[in-house]
Ligand binder design. Structure first.
Ligand code: F6P
Length: 545
């Protein structure tokens, strides 16, 4: 079954939301709290070890109801069924979207083209498990008989960001293996990394679904050349493995079939960390922890599939994002993890969210006249407080922000953790309440500042507040809770794509640049610049001369 194709702006709920927006747009969050004693209970969700408090958003019960009506009117429930049962919902590429199957239990079944894909997935998982154990235990060794000490993941986009973000986030759980990630075609990236490595003890994991990506193939070739300068050519098969769905390209690169970890066309690059693309994750934290990551994601999938929209975390978060994007016309959203381990989470989510929903043609093939794709950015707290928080507090733009924090730290250092979390709570409180003139005046009156100075200073010290935030408070950063957190964002992407009536699982927009780069590269290599616009031509001529 194909996805519904309803223009959201034609729904009754959308029209009602437009009217409702005019009623609520100037209401201060403080007033929303003072008029609803049960606001926190009504606008928060407890699920497993997650507590999601969305009460500090510029909504009331009517907003929530209308947003849910919108989700229902665009037939989100039907779309969820199509997605999980493997309908080809990536219609422009005629593919199913089944990263959810990668984390489904072994005992489940899912037939696609008359094959139970859960069994195929299990076989690959067994291969990952065996290989992981052999590398960690040292049963598989390098060509000179030494155990592997370093793993280099070569990939880009989804073949890099997911494994890199997860291994960094779960560094606490890592074993003795050192992980390195080479992604950029910038030669300085690969050479800087190779400089640190010993070819006798390094394993390269080349990750590319298509095995045709310029960056990955260039880096893989450079790594192989570096390796074969110091090792015999037949040692390549011991030191290079690949994760790909393009077996012919991998074998012609020189990697043996036995060393290929397959994936399928129904796994999108930016949703692939749950597949063999996560091999580096498994090597870094061990297969059992990798399984726990999948288990956490699966539990979130089940929550998403089975929970009424009113209590459904990805649905609520997705609809809130639509509320700000399409009614408040906000330009961007911030994601602020209060955990240094989650340092790469915003960059990872930028691909997931922006590559999926940065679309301007709807599912009917028509040009869209409403906003889609939110711009996501962020950095961990508290560092970001000392960087861009000024703009969120007192700038002219409204930036809805999501705060992610953990009740317990991993090293149990409460001296630090209480400070971190005090900031976490203080920021959302400050963003909501702000500080009015009377409060500022009182503070200034208690200081020794002369009256004339005080009046001058007053407007600069006022915080209008009313800045929306959502708090996701999780018990502890574990493989399982991280799996659930990532799946929460994946399903939120789906919700927004459905409501916006766009295809979230293709990425045609990245093709043109790739195509032009390959043409320009051959011009640069021949030192013959052909026809371009004046600016590009001038720049190219300056580069080659
Ligand atoms: O940037 C486009 C893209 O296709 C991403 O969607 C993908 O994650 C990345 O390139 C890498 O692709 P591959 O795994 O095929 O090398």
């Amino acid at each position: 079954m194909s996805l519904p194709t309803i223009n959201p702006t034609t729904t009754k709920a959308w029209k009602a939301l437009e009217n409702h927006y005019n009623n609520i747009k100037d209401t201060h969050l403080k007033d929303l709290f003072s008029t609803d004693a049960n606001r926190v209970e009504n606008l928060s969700i407890n699920w497993n070890d997650f507590h999601v408090d969305y009460s500090k958003n510029r909504i009331d019960q009517t907003t929530k109801k209308l947003l849910i009506d919108l989700a229902k009117e665009v037939k989100l429930d039907e779309a969820i069924n199509s997605y999980f049962q493997g309908d080809p919902i990536n219609q422009t590429e005629n593919r199913a979207v089944l990263h959810t199957a990668l984390r489904a239990p072994k005992s489940s079944t899912l037939n696609l083209d008359n094959k139970d894909i859960i069994q195929e997935i299990s076989k690959v998982k067994e291969k990952i498990e065996k290989f992981t154990n052999q590398i960690i235990n040292g049963d598989l060794k390098g060509h000179t008989g030494k155990k592997f000490t370093d793993i280099v993941n070569i990939g880009i986009g989804g073949s890099d960001l997911g494994p890199a973000m997860i291994t960094e986030s779960l560094e606490f759980y890592k074993n003795h293996l050192n992980l390195h990630f080479i992604s950029n075609v910038d030669g300085d990236h690969v050479h800087q990394n190779l400089k640190k490595l010993d070819p006798e003890t390094t394993l390269f994991v080349i990750v590319s679904k298509t095995f045709s990506t310029q960056e990955t193939l260039s880096n893989a070739n450079t790594a192989r050349t570096w390796f074969t300068k110091q090792a015999p050519i037949d040692a390549v098969e011991k030191h290079f493995v690949a994760v790909s769905s393009n077996i012919p390209n991998v074998t012609s690169f020189g990697i043996s079939k036995d060393n290929i970890f397959p994936l399928w066309d129904w796994v999108g690059g930016r949703f692939s960390l749950w597949s063999a693309v996560g091999l580096s994750i498994s090597l870094s934290i061990g297969y059992k922890n990798f399984e726990l990551l999948l288990e956490g994601a699966h539990e979130m999938d089940e929550h998403f599939k089975a929970t009424p929209f009113e209590e459904n975390i990805p649905v609520i978060l997705g609809m809130l994002s639509i509320w700000y994007n399409n009614f408040f016309n906000v330009e961007s959203e911030a994601i602020i993890p209060y955990s240094q381990y989650l340092h790469r989470l915003p960059a990872y989510l930028q691909q997931g969210i922006m590559e999926s929903n940065g679309k301007s043609i709807d599912r009917n093939g028509e040009t869209i006249d409403y906003q889609t794709g939110t711009i996501i950015w962020g950095e961990p707290g508290t560092n970001s407080q000392h960087a861009f928080f000024q703009l969120i507090h007192q700038g002219t733009k409204l930036i809805p922000s999501e705060f992610i924090g953990f009740k317990h730290s991993l090293f149990n250092d409460n001296n630090h953790h209480h400070k971190l979390m005090a900031n976490f709570f203080a920021q959302t409180e400050a963003l909501m309440n702000g500080k009015n003139k009377a409060q500022v005046l009182q503070e200034l009156n208690n200081s020794n500042i002369p009256q004339n100075k005080l009046q001058q200073l007053l407007p600069f010290k006022v915080f209008e507040g009313n800045k929306p935030t959502t708090t996701v408070l999780i018990n502890k950063l574990t493989p399982k809770s991280l799996g659930a957190l990532i799946a929460m964002y994946e399903q939120r992407i789906f919700v927004q794509g459905i409501v916006w009536n766009i295809f979230s699982y293709d990425q045609w927009g990245v093709e043109l640049g790739k195509q032009l780069a390959s043409e320009i590269l051959s011009e640069i290599e021949k030192s013959e610049i052909s026809e371009h616009d004046f600016s590009t031509k001038n720049l190219l001529n300056r580069y080659i001369c």
